[in-house]
Write a protein that binds this ligand. Structure first.
Ligand code: ADP
Ligand code: AMP
Length: 218
């Protein structure tokens, strides 16, 4: 399956993607995680991306589309993938359509995680991620690691993302409403959007998403 996860920052895309990708045996591709990995490795791409990420703005499409295409072209993504955080504007959605068309494939579904703004603010404020791998995500109150400050998955140090501060979050939410939300209409016209209420336990949200994908298939 080829799936796009969309939703405001802090909606739980990365958290859900980890479970959904495992259940569906497809790779989880997060452009945010790819940028953070590049930053921690000190690559040129990471240096380019960092100034935008620190301000809560989108990294330019040219850079992002090339990175996403490169990742989607790897062997493990040949049979499907779960995109998290990409596309993030209509230009990227159009570029993705072109990429898929050139490979003779198409998206199966766009899962829109719906969470009220006051909840995403709380989720972001308590988010802690792993130094080794930013797809290892916890929350100080809602999804606590067994040992405070230590990643359950790999034992890495947990820390608060630089861009999870109040000012940057405000910008990221604004960017979401102005630039990312329009892709929901773009995909609605293609009949691909399934809205998933994303309040409640992580496992409940995963069940809703899996059920929606199953009924979408049938
Ligand atoms: P996104 O990838 O959409 O930015 P994350 O998956 O990183 O969001 O989740 C944001 C924060 O909310 C994390 O700290 C995560 O542990 C927490 N979280 C995710 N899903 C839920 C949920 N259903 N209920 C409460 N907290 C959640
Ligand atoms: P995320 O991890 O999805 O919250 O993304 C963190 C930051 O990475 C965003 O605020 C952007 O600066 C950048 N980013 C991630 N994905 C994209 C994308 N598809 N297009 C542009 N910038 C992105």
């Amino acid at each position: 399956m080829r799936i796009v996860l969309v939703g405001p920052p802090g909606a739980g895309k990365g958290t859900q993607a980890a479970y959904l990708a495992k259940n569906l045996s497809i790779p989880h591709i997060s452009t945010g995680d790819l940028f953070r990995a590049n930053i921690s490795q000190g690559t040129d791409l990471g240096k380019q991306a960092r100034s935008y990420m620190d301000k809560g703005q989108l990294v330019p499409d040219e850079v992002t589309n090339a990175m996403a295409e490169d990742r989607m072209s790897q062997a493990d993504a040949a049979g499907g993938f779960l995109l998290d955080g990409f596309p993030r504007n209509v230009g990227q959605a159009e570029a993705l359509d072109e990429m898929l068309k050139s490979k003779g494939v198409a998206l199966d579904a766009v899962l829109d995680l719906e969470v009220p703004e006051d909840e995403v603010v709380k989720r972001i404020a308590g988010r802690r991620i792993c130094r080794n791998d930013s797809s290892h995500v916890f929350h100080v109150a809602y999804n606590q690691p067994e040992t405070e400050g230590v990643c359950d998955i790999c034992g890495g140090e947990l820390y608060q993302r630089d861009d999870d501060n109040e000012e940057t979050v405000r910008t990221r939410l604004e960017v979401y409403h102005t630039q990312t939300e329009p892709i929901i209409d773009y995909y609605r016209e293609q009949g691909l959007v399934v809205t998933i209420p994303a309040l409640g336990k992580v496992t409940e949200v995963t069940e809703r998403a899996m059920a929606a994908l199953k009924s979408d298939e049938g």
